[in-house]
Ligand binder design. Structure first.
Ligand SMILES: Cc1cc2nc3c(=O)[nH]c(=O)nc-3n(C[C@H](O)[C@H](O)[C@H](O)COP(=O)(O)OP(=O)(O)OC[C@H]3O[C@@H](n4cnc5c(N)ncnc54)[C@H](O)[C@@H]3O)c2cc1C
Length: 455
């Protein structure tokens, strides 16, 4: 049985990990051949491809194990590797590069344990086309390679950043870094001491600013976004989560929003901190999202998602301290504004925001991805959508599935599965490892179960 996995990020790699574990545990399992396709040669994906040790996970280590049932596996691995110890080992934010190493290690171990029952092969190329052939799929890559499989897993994630903010085409500007997560993308900026404008004020900006500020003593970094809001930070100590009973929360956005506010305020009153309230709601988000109609979902995405994201996706405390220090010293400025013009000048790029004009040596794009998967320009997604092998929710947030199995334009399940960000339309809270690992485990079982069921 052959399974093609498009995308070797956290999602695709975790699917292979769980497939390997399943076949290793079952003597009667049919041998699996897994082909993973990705143009980027780094298992774990762009988010975890950074080599800067100051780029930390934004989820505590106890939430990052590859197996949701072994909560402290990553913590134990970090201890065994010797880069945390003592009290810190219970609640800490590891460098993202270490998590990539951990994932690769666990993946290699799982494949080894599966022995002859699983063979995994990596094809370094982008998938550009998908066709259903008989009961299986045919995937074509950019260089024309054809990969036939019985099942396809779409694990393409979302691009780390989008370019929707730009008032003009900047793709030819050498002083514009369109995607800081591409390998070595920041190298020319780090090698220079010039001032930098970062577009976006979220977690990617925080990481980029930390790298830039430590690379030059006199450099100033300005960060701009429409709202000028920074992500909140995690608490210094572990506070736990208080998962609410949502049975009486209603099913309209107004009701649910009010109930969330009441829950979080109550927890803050009781525990002196709002974070356990927000973190508890996380466990209910997919179910609450399922109660909303399309109009309410649209309103949430347009008007409330930003507020939720800055509280839910928080920066590690140590990153928060670096940001505070840099803002106090004036080396990091965070402001709200809308960019209306960018012009190349000999000293760099002149940026217009309203009546204000400033020149920077570099612009680094740290804005969020385009929210509509139909407009991402990812050829493999365009291919499945154009062929009617998949459809999206009305907002285009993700693909329509039955528990991860993609439904075609007629609502029928086919040979394609997906997970992670491509399920945002159904679950909303689905882009980070704590959610992706559980989906990967279920998806692996579903792939094999379905394969067995159709033998
Ligand atoms: C800067 C940053 C920091 C983050 N930190 C954390 C964190 O600390 N903890 C956490 O839980 N989450 C974090 N996240 C969220 C993170 O995106 C997810 O946890 C995880 O990386 C998503 O994995 P993924 O495999 O779905 O997507 P990705 O990691 O984006 O991987 C998708 C892969 O698919 C490939 N691909 C796309 N299109 C094609 C194609 N057509 N053909 C072949 N391959 C293709 C891409 O090259 C990529 O390698 C972070 C995200 C970012 C951007």
């Amino acid at each position: 049985m052959r399974i093609v996995v498009v995308g070797a990020g956290a999602a695709g790699s975790l699917v292979v990990f769980h497939l390997a574990r399943l076949v290793a545990a079952d003597d009667r399992a049919e041998p699996l051949e897994v082909v993973v396709v990705d143009p980027i040669d780094q298992v774990a994906g762009p988010a975890f491809g950074t080599t800067d040790p100051a780029h930390l996970l934004n989820v505590p280590a106890s939430g990052m194990s590859v197996d949701p049932d072994e909560r402290f596996d990553f913590v134990d691995w970090c201890r065994a590797e010797g880069f945390v110890g003592g009290d810190e080992a219970h609640y800490f934010f590891a460098p993202r590069a270490q998590w990539a190493r951990y994932l690769r290690t666990r993946l290699a171990e799982a494949c080894e344990r599966a022995g002859g029952r699983l063979s995994a092969r990596f094809v370094r190329d982008g998938a550009v086309g998908v066709a259903v052939v008989g009961a299986g799929v045919r995937v074509t890559t950019a260089d024309g390679t054809v990969l036939d499989g019985d099942r396809l897993v779409l694990a393409t994630g979302l691009p780390g950043v989008g370019n929707g903010w730009a008032p003009c085409d900047l793709s030819d500007q050498p002083r514009y870094i369109a995607n800081p997560w591409l390998p070595d993308a920041l190298e020319p900026v780090l090698a220079d001491d010039g001032d930098v404008l970062v577009i976006g004020t979220g977690l990617t900006m925080v990481d980029v600013a930390i790298s830039l500020l430590k690379s030059g003593d006199t450099r100033r970094v300005e960060a701009i976004s429409r709202g000028g809001r920074l992500p909140r930070r995690h608490a210094d100590t572990y506070l736990g989560e208080v998962v609410p009973d949502t049975s009486t929360w209603g099913d309209s956005l107004d009701e649910i929003r009010a109930a969330v506010a009441t829950h979080v305020a109550r927890i803050e009153r009781l525990l002196g901190n709002w974070r356990p309230g927000v973190d508890g709601v996380r466990y209910r988000v997919a179910e609450l999202w399922g109660r909303l109609d399309e109009a309410d979902r649209g309103t949430f995405v347009r008007e409330l998602a930003g507020d939720w994201l800055v509280r839910r996706h928080r920066m590690p405390p140590s990153s928060g301290r670096l940001v505070d220090e840099a803002r106090r010293s004036g080396r990091l400025v965070v402001r709200a504004g809308r960019i209306t013009g960018v012009d190349a000048v000999p000293a760099g790029l002149t940026v217009t925001t309203g009546d204000d004009e400033r020149t920077y040596a570099w612009i680094v794009n740290c804005t969020g991805p385009q929210p509509d998967v139909r407009k991402l320009g990812n050829p493999v997604l365009d291919s499945v959508l154009d062929a009617g092998l998949a459809t999206t929710d009305p907002l285009g947030l993700g693909l329509i599935t039955d528990d991860g199995r993609v439904l075609d334009a007629d609502g029928r399940p086919g040979p394609i599965w997906t997970l992670g960000s491509l399920r945002r339309g159904e679950l909303w809270e689905t882009t980070a490892v704590p959610e992706i690992r559980s989906q990967a485990e279920e998806l692996a079982a579903s792939l094999i179960g379905d394969v067995d069921g159709h033998r």
